[in-house]
Design a protein around this ligand. Structure first.
Ligand SMILES: Nc1ncnc2c1ncn2[C@@H]1O[C@H](COP(=O)(O)OP(=O)(O)OP(=O)(O)O)[C@@H](O)[C@H]1O
Length: 231
């Protein structure tokens, strides 16, 4: 579904991604894992068009994305929940959610009821400012906002950072439900091993801007954890 080929990315003179090859399979929850600073967020930002790449290609369902602007990528069915959530604190919950409506294929003017079924807490807080929500509620809002566009692939960058356990569980339930019921493809950058094992079907381990191991989640063994994840 998504293929990264020989991707190279640099911040100024500092190269972060090195000839990176990666395949994301349709209908799978793929966890991208690795220690801090190995380039996980950089990879996602390249996919979303928020960073330009030096060379290589990113192909979504047969279409190369690299010449497309960030604005042109979301309508292809890519929903993005960035690290740190990036909700609009001075807009209400409803206004945050409505941002995605123009991108929907059906051009609906209403937020689908499904969003509130997945995140009931948001329905109770529609008129509250985004900045007044708790961290966990903001994360749920960020995921809901990405789902409003009806993505075929949902990209989540460390959705559980700083979030209390009961909300982490709810976020996991939502990912599992959407994957099971709608065959949603999910790319999840995740540091928490337990969460990755619970929701992920496969993993990709990164080190120094390269993919160093890829397999089914049940193959993520102690040796790999020690080599590429333990701090
Ligand atoms: N805007 C920037 N300018 C220069 N270097 C940057 C910039 N953003 C990130 N980097 C560097 O690129 C490298 C990869 O960062 P990135 O955020 O992609 O890693 P990560 O694997 O997502 O880490 P973390 O788990 O801490 O979020 C790091 O060395 C970081 O310092």
């Amino acid at each position: 579904m998504i293929q990264f080929s020989q991707l190279n990315q640099k911040y100024g003179g500092t190269q972060i991604l090195w000839n990176l090859d990666l395949e994301i399979k349709e209908g799978e929850v793929t966890c991208i894992m690795g220690r801090n600073g190995v380039g996980k967020t950089t990879l996602l930002r390249c996919l979303m068009g928020l960073l330009s790449i030096h060379s290589g290609d990113i192909i979504l369902n047969g279409q190369s994305l690299v010449s497309l602007s960030a604005e042109a990528r979301a309508p292809l069915g890519v929903g993005y929940v960035p690290q740190g959530r990036d909700i609009f604190p001075m807009l209400t919950v409803e206004e945050n959610l409505r941002i995605g409506l123009p991108i929907r294929k059906d051009k609906s003017k209403c937020i689908p009821e499904k969003i509130y079924d997945l995140f009931p807490v948001l329905k109770e807080m529609l008129n509250r400012l985004g900045g007044d929500l708790s961290g966990g509620q903001q994360q749920q809002l960020a995921i809901a906002r990405a789902l409003v566009i009806e993505p075929r692939v949902l990209i989540l960058d460390e959705p559980n950072e700083g979030i209390q356990p009961n909300i982490v569980r709810q976020i996991g339930d939502v990912i599992l439900k959407l994957n099971r019921d709608e065959n949603l493809t999910v790319i999840l950058v995740e540091q928490k091993l337990g969460f990755a094992r619970r929701v992920g079907q496969s993993f990709r381990l990164m080190e120094k801007g390269r993919i160093v191991a890829s397999s089914a989640m049940d193959q993520l063994n102690d040796a790999l954890i020690k080599q590429y994840l333990a701090v």
